[in-house]
Design a binder for this molecule. Structure first.
Ligand code: NAI
Ligand code: 13P
Length: 379
């Protein structure tokens, strides 16, 4: 199954893209470890940064990340460390896979140690809370002189690490030079570095479209979870997924991304995965809230990274600022952060004036029967 990391052709008529020899991955949580495992299995030397020294030691000694990916063997080519200077020494590319809320402080911490000019790819998904910036823009502000991209798609960490066939998008903005020699672009080189062992990357030059998909899908997954948890059926979930894609398209386009990117792996693909099961932490949070469980009691009171919870705020702030209507995200934000009643909020979402699909008609019709028969409150 593992192709052994042999270079693949970007296109039959072009020379092969050369994989990176040594890479660093920051964040030894589930996704950072899974990406590091994929790279190491494919023959790359990988330095994995763990925030806690004890976790780095455990990974090196037991060849397993018991905390985040128990039972999955860590290849010999992967070495963990809690020292940023050690991890970043001599690397040709860097992946940052810590939660989005810590990205700016992470960038400041690594600034003195990042080799000049290496490409930086983000594995985290979100929009910065305080600024409304995409995460690639946060990195570009903090670390000058690097091409900044993302690896994003429908990729549950455990399934990826177990080598279940998985596809994702590797996106970097293409410079003029990258267009002339795409096989030398960071997107192609990182895609080739990750390719193998069931992991199949696709290359994109639309970083904005890819990042918007990754940020918004988590908020929509919370909405799907809320509705499922409250007792609604599959029709409702399918409607939220589809209308959620529309919200992503509008935001991506308004920010300079492409609508068609949203129909790809990082948009519709990830949304489908995340809205399909409570394996997703975002869907799971929504589901528990929909069942009436108090926020503090969700996940049995344990702290869990739920990006959509923070990103409901940042996505809505950004959407307000640039006047993009995102009613599903607004509903989630109102319930999560403004004390709005879940049942009333979703009822109001369904009772909005009728619109056209796609939004090519200038149409807004009053809903004739806004009081939807909902299963809320049913025994
Ligand atoms: N788990 C998954 O299946 C996938 C996760 N992602 C994204 O990857 C990012 C990381 O998620 P996971 O690895 O799943 O989370 P996780 O909960 O498994 O691990 C989070 C990691 O970040 C570290 N961390 C927490 N706060 C930090 C801080 N302030 N500074 C530095 N490091 C800190 C933790 O020590 C831990 O190593 C998120 O943005 C998530 O949306 C993307 C694709 C798949
Ligand atoms: O982004 C993910 C899969 O692509 C992981 O989703 P959750 O963070 O909701 O678990």
């Amino acid at each position: 199954m593992n192709s052994g990391g042999q270079p693949i052709k970007v296109s039959p008529s072009r020379p092969s893209a050369r994989p990176y020899g040594r890479l660093a991955v920051l964040g030894a949580g589930a996704w950072g470890t899974a990406l590091a495992i994929v790279l190491a299995r494919n023959g790359r030397e990988v330095a994995l940064w763990a925030r806690r020294e004890a976790l780095a030691q455990q990974i090196n000694e037991t060849r397993e990340n018991h905390d985040y990916l128990p039972g999955i063997a860590i290849p010999d080519r992967l070495t963990a460390s809690a020292d940023l200077e050690t991890v970043l020494s001599g690397v040709e590319a860097l992946l940052i896979v810590t939660p989005s809320s810590s990205l700016r402080e992470m960038c400041a911490a690594i600034a003195p140690h990042v080799p000049a000019g290496i490409p930086i790819a983000l594995g985290c998904k979100g929009v910065e809370r305080t600024t409304g910036l995409l995460l690639s823009e946060v990195v570009a502000e903090e670390l000058k002189g690097h091409q900044v991209g993302a690896v994003s798609g429908p990729t549950f960490a455990r399934e990826t690490a177990l080598e279940h066939p998985t596809a994702a998008t590797v996106a970097f903005p293409f410079s003029y030079k990258d267009r002339l020699e795409p096989e030398k672009s960071p997107a192609a080189r990182l895609a080739v570095s990750l390719s193998g062992g069931g992991f199949r990357p696709y290359v994109s030059d639309d970083i904005v479209g890819v990042e918007v998909g990754g940020a918004v899908k988590n908020v929509i997954a919370i909405a799907c979870g809320m509705m499922s948890g409250a007792g609604f059926a599959e029709n409702t979930r399918a409607a939220l997924i589809t209308r959620g894609i529309d919200e992503m398209k509008r935001l991506a386009q308004a920010l300079g991304g492409r609508r068609e990117t949203v129909t790809g792996l990082s948009g519709a693909g990830d949304l489908t995965l995340t809205c399909s099961s409570t394996t997703s932490r975002n869907m799971s949070l929504g589901y528990q809230l929909g069942q009436g469980i108090a926020r503090d009691d969700c996940f049995d009171g344990k702290p869990v990274v739920v990006e959509g919870e923070v990103n409901a705020v940042s996505v809505c702030d950004l959407a307000h600022r640039i006047r993009v209507p995102m009613p599903i995200c607004e509903t989630v934000n109102a319930v999560l952060h403004h004390g709005a009643d879940l049942q009333e909020s979703f009822s109001a979402l369904w009772a909005r004036p009728l619109e056209s699909e796609p939004q090519t008609l200038d149409l807004s019709l009053e809903h004739p029967s806004p009081d939807l028969p909902l299963p809320f409150g049913a025994d």
